[in-house]
Ligand binder design. Structure first.
Ligand SMILES: O=C(CO)[C@@H](O)[C@H](O)COP(=O)(O)O
Ligand SMILES: [Co+2]
Length: 224
């Protein structure tokens, strides 16, 4: 059985009580997913290094931190995050002509590197990068906002990555982000996803820990 990682997105947490929301879910999740938005690559603004630093220095929070940079160009911003003790730093492939160089810099700093693909970006774009990647993030909504509708056509990208990884013996994780919840989490896992990001389905629920536990149960059914 594959280990499936649940990574709630703090974009949908209560901005006035992020620590309180993390306290509610920390027994039921594996990572924390943090969205960074620049108002340029995406039409929204969200989170930055100060939140990441505050989370990392909080002794009550030991969960791995997965930072999703929706900023252009990422090479101008990665140095803000690399010294903070993040676990994964993911950049969008559409945001730079120098994806390989950016990934190398992330890796050289001892941080795991990921590349994200918008729904309209062909998955083959990442093919030359696969040997150097720790994670591929398949966006299942257009980036910029939480609470959007899942785009099912992206599932095939996860399937392609899963097969490519098996055939060529690569090590990257396959992450999916956007519009995921109780009704489709099992489908994403069936297509090969290892990391499930969910914002609205978790923090929009009256009991976020219960929402995560129910997602976990749905995932378990895939392997039975
Ligand atoms: O990167 C993004 C949005 O750009 C995500 O991480 C969202 O935060 C996911 O939220 P939901 O679609 O699960 O509500
Ligand atoms: Co994200």
């Amino acid at each position: 059985m594959r280990k499936v990682i649940l990574a709630p997105s703090l974009l949908s947490a209560n901005p006035l009580d992020i620590a309180g929301d993390i306290e509610k879910i920390k027994g039921q999740c594996d990572w924390l997913h943090i969205d960074v938005m620049d108002g340029h690559f995406v039409p929204n603004l969200a989170y930055g290094p100060n939140l990441v630093a505050a989370l990392r220095s909080d002794e009550n929070i030991s969960l791995p931190i997965d930072v999703h940079l929706m900023v252009e160009p990422p090479e101008c911003f990665i140095d803000l995050f690399l010294p903070l003790g993040v676990d994964y730093l993911t950049v969008q492939i559409e945001a730079t002509p120098h994806a390989h160089r950016v990934l190398q810099r992330i890796r050289d700093s001892g941080v795991k590197c990921g590349i994200a693909l918008n729904p309209g970006t062909p998955v083959e774009w990442v093919a030359p990068l696969l040997p150097f990647l720790d994670m591929v993030l398949v966006m299942s909504v257009n980036p910029g906002f939480g609470g959007q509708k899942f785009i099912p056509q992206v599932l095939e990208k996860a399937g392609w990555l899963y097969r490519e990884r098996a055939v060529k013996n690569f090590n990257f994780l396959i992450e999916m982000d956007g519009g995921l919840g109780l009704e489709n989490v099992h489908t994403a896992v069936r297509y090969g996803c290892d990391v499930i990001v969910a914002g609205n389905a978790v923090f929009g629920h009256s009991d976020p820990a219960f929402a995560l536990k129910t997602m976990r149960d749905k995932i378990m059914e895939v392997f039975q």
